[in-house]
Each structure stands twice: as C-alpha cells, then as structure tokens.
Write a protein that binds this ligand. Structure first.
Ligand code: SF4
Length: 452
C-alpha cells in the first residue's frame, strides 16, 4: 500500500511553493494551496524538507524567468539524491516554454499551465504514483477560482478576487496573451457571492484582478461591466475598500469614471499603464492610443473623480526608442505626476510581435541610463507630493506591523500611499486617522489621531 492510499498512518507529503510575479500569480498560488490542502498535503517553507517543490512562475520579463532557471539548476543535485522528489513548474513560464523547458531541465516532473491550476493535486498524485513527466498546458480549468478555499488566503482582512483572466489585445512587447490565453470572465453573481463570503470571514479590503480588468463584461455580453460590478460590490455591508488592477486606458469609460466617484468603498487610486509618452513608440507597441489621448483621459478623470491618484507602468528602451521619444516620456511623467510608477527596461519576450519583427536595438547601457533617469524623476515627484501632505489627516487602512520595524504599524491611504505610525495591533484591519508628521519618497509617518 503506498502513502497516498493510506491516509491514516502516512505522514502528509510536504509541499514547498514559491511564487514569482504579479498579484494574479499570488492568488493562483492560493488556489493551488487550497487544492492541495483539501487533499491532505502539508506545506513547508524549507525546500530541503519538501516532498514536492513547486514554482509558480512569471514570464513577463526575462529576469523573472532567470530566477526560476537558477532555482531549477539548484534542484538538480537534490533530485539526483532523492528521485522521489517531485519538481513542478506552474504558470506563465511553463505555458510559454512548454516542452523546451523539460529538455533543458529533465529533472522537472510537472509542467502545469495557467489554465490547469485546478487539477494540480491530480498531477502531483500521478507523478507520486510513478507517472511523469506530465505536461499539462491545455484549457482544463480556465477559471479555477470556483474551487477557492477562503481559509488559504495569506491576509485576514484583505483579499484578491479574480474577475477576469487572459487578454485579447496584442501589445507587441507583451507575452501575456500567449501565456494566459484569451479573455474569460466570471459572472457578477459569482463574484458578489465570493466577496460577501470574504467579508463575512473578516475581509474589509478587496482587490479585483484582471489582466485587462476594465475589459470586464465584454466577453459575457449582457449587462456585465466593471462599473456595474463596482456598484454591486459597493453595497456589500462591511466592505471598506475596493480596488481593481490593471486597467487599459482606452477602456476607461465615462460610466466607470462615474462609478469611481459614486462608490464610497472604491479607492481614489487608478493604475493606468501608459508605457511611453511618445506616439511613434506607442504605435510600435500597438497600444491603440496617443500620448495626447492619454493626457486628455487623465484630465477628464481628474475632473470627474477629484481626489484620484494615478499610477502607471513605463517601459524604457523599447525597440527603436530614440532620445526624443524617451524625452517625450519624461515630459508626460512631469505633466501627470503619478503617485507611483513601475518602470522597466525593455526585455525581449520570445513569441511576441516585437521579438519577431523589431530589433531590440537600444543598447543596455542606454536602457539602464534611461531607467535611472526616470526612477530619479519619479522619486523626486513622490517625495514632493508626499511631503505636501505633512500635517494632513489621512484615512489609513491598517495592514499590520511594518516590515522594517515591527514596533510600528503600517497601512495605506485610499491613494495607496504607505503610512507608518505607532498604535495597538488591535487596529489591524481597521481604517484609522493618522496626522502626517514626516514623509519620504516611499512612505509617510505620523501619529494616530482617531481609531476607526
Ligand atoms: S493590454 Fe496588458 S496584458 Fe493585454 S497585451 Fe497589452 S500589456 Fe499585455
């Protein structure tokens, strides 16, 4: 009788699961944990101690894949010593590379693609029963969210909820349509049920996730839309904060803008990736808007939603980016003054339109210099804007102890600014008022003036 068929006496097999990449990947790992917990798998934070080592991977940049490749190299010796160790690669990198990954790392037992998470337990069982290697890259479980085990979420008062997966656009630099497939959506009824269950279980802060989150509704037809969904969820008693990422500029409808002002729980923060401030560059990226159109949208948004703060993503050194094009991005950043900007050096992704038809011709040194220039600019904007809030009283949702100093609590304003202050841990999960006393580019600190 093997271990799996003798649940009474055999110790549960231990899983080490490491996650790379975006919030969607972290939520997917939560779903994977739920599947495995249901099947009596235990979890460990030590790779050496594990019977199953699984990496939930990201393919958006080469750097993220490089880290997984390094982990797989490290595991080669362990697998030689312990042939029964199960090694699994999950998610975007598995989906992008497929069999090629197995050829390079023959000690990998499982490739589990982005639409197969829902049967990870079955795949591991098969390998432990002597099967393998297994390549599961199909569409077996396109929306694994229905199997969610709420008890597996890592934070008690905040939670991610997937509303939409995949992307039908084809930005030339982006590997997501290839790794995540076409758009699929959950129904509004299903989502409201999940959010109510989360709130009943202590959640006050929900982030709705989608690769192109404001496209929500266009696949299902009917009356579904992100604006309508926000209005429905805003009525859930006890839900204090509602956010959503990541939006696409041309899909920011007047209806959605209005919902941002009308819904009390929806935060005054919008992540709206611009990617470049130069029209020719935007055209090569196939973004479908101009810098002027983006700026008009920002102006309109700020008229309708007065306190809104914007965050963005920017790629520097995209194929053919000239000095003048880069300077246009600098100008756009100065003009908009984002509250946060995620700035990346372009990294060619195999299989994308850019990789197939556009030379990656901006030298690394130029990419690095442009990256540094934008980071410095953003830092100066953030420092000035954060310091302008000194003496103001901010509504702060308390997340928990600060990562750097456990004696201090850390929370976020509605515009996603981080605030540190001293207070009792009983405040965690509540919205409190903090008077800002000091600020840096990255965070603000202050004194608690009112609790909840
Ligand atoms: S909209 Fe976003 S996810 Fe979709 S292809 Fe463009 S960058 Fe990628």
């Amino acid at each position: 009788m093997d271990e799996l068929s003798n649940p009474v006496t055999a110790p549960p097999p231990k899983v080490f699961l490491e996650t790379f990449g975006c919030q969607m990947n972290f939520l997917d790992s939560e779903l994977v944990r739920g599947r495995l917990a249901e099947r009596r798998y235990a979890f460990t934070t030590s790779r050496e101690d594990a019977d199953v080592v699984a990496f939930n991977t990201c393919a958006v940049r080469d750097h993220a894949e490089e880290r997984v490749r390094a982990r797989l190299h490290e595991l080669k010796r362990a697998k030689e010593r312990r042939p029964d160790l199960v090694v699994a690669v999950l998610g975007c990198m598995a989906q992008r590379e497929g069999q090629a990954l197995l050829q390079r790392f023959p000690h990998v037992d499982i490739l589990c693609g982005t639409r197969e998470f829902g049967r990870i337990d079955e795949l591991i069982d098969r390998v432990r029963g002597g099967g393998g290697p297994i390549v599961a890259l199909g569409d077996h479980d396109v929306l694994p969210d229905w199997k969610r085990d709420l008890s597996q979420r890592p934070h008690r008062h905040s939670a991610f909820v997937t509303i939409q997966r995949g992307c039908d656009r084809a930005c030339t630099f982006c590997v997501v349509p290839r790794t995540r497939g076409p758009e699929v959506e959950r129904t509004m009824d299903d989502l409201e049920r999940e959010v109510r269950a989360l709130v009943d279980d202590g959640v006050v802060d929900v982030t709705l996730l989608g690769q192109i989150v404001n496209a929500y509704g266009r696949k299902s037809g009917g009356d579904a839309s992100l604006a309508r969904l926000l209005r429905r969820l805003d009525r859930v008693p006890g839900l204090l904060r509602l956010r959503f990422v990541t939006s696409f500029p041309t899909l920011l409808t007047p209806d959605l803008m209005q919902a941002l002002t009308d819904c009390e729980s929806v935060v005054s923060y919008l992540h709206l990736p611009v990617q470049s401030g130069a029209n020719r560059c935007l055209k090569r990226m196939a973004r479908g808007y101009t810098a002027e159109a983006y700026l008009r949208l920002v102006d309109r948004l700020r008229e309708v939603v007065q306190k809104v703060e914007l965050a963005t993503d920017i790629i520097v050194g995209f194929c053919g980016e000239t000095d003048a094009e880069f300077n246009a991005t600098v100008e756009l950043m100065r003009r908009v003054e984002f509250v946060q900007a995620f700035i990346f050096k372009y990294s060619e992704r195999p299989g994308t339109a850019a990789a197939q038809g556009m030379p990656d011709d901006v030298p690394q040194a130029v990419k690095a210099a442009r990256n540094q220039e934008l980071l410095a600019l953003q830092e100066s904007i953030q420092r000035r804007r954060n310091r302008a809030r000194i003496d103001s009283v901010e509504q702060v949702l308390v997340d928990g102890p600060s990562k750097r100093d456990k004696s201090v609590l850390s929370g976020r304003t509605s515009a996603n600014r981080i605030v540190h202050f001293r207070a009792d841990a009983a405040m965690i999960g509540r919205v409190v008022q903090v008077r800002v006393r000091d600020a840096t580019a990255l965070s603000m600190s202050g004194d608690l003036v009112a609790a909840g």
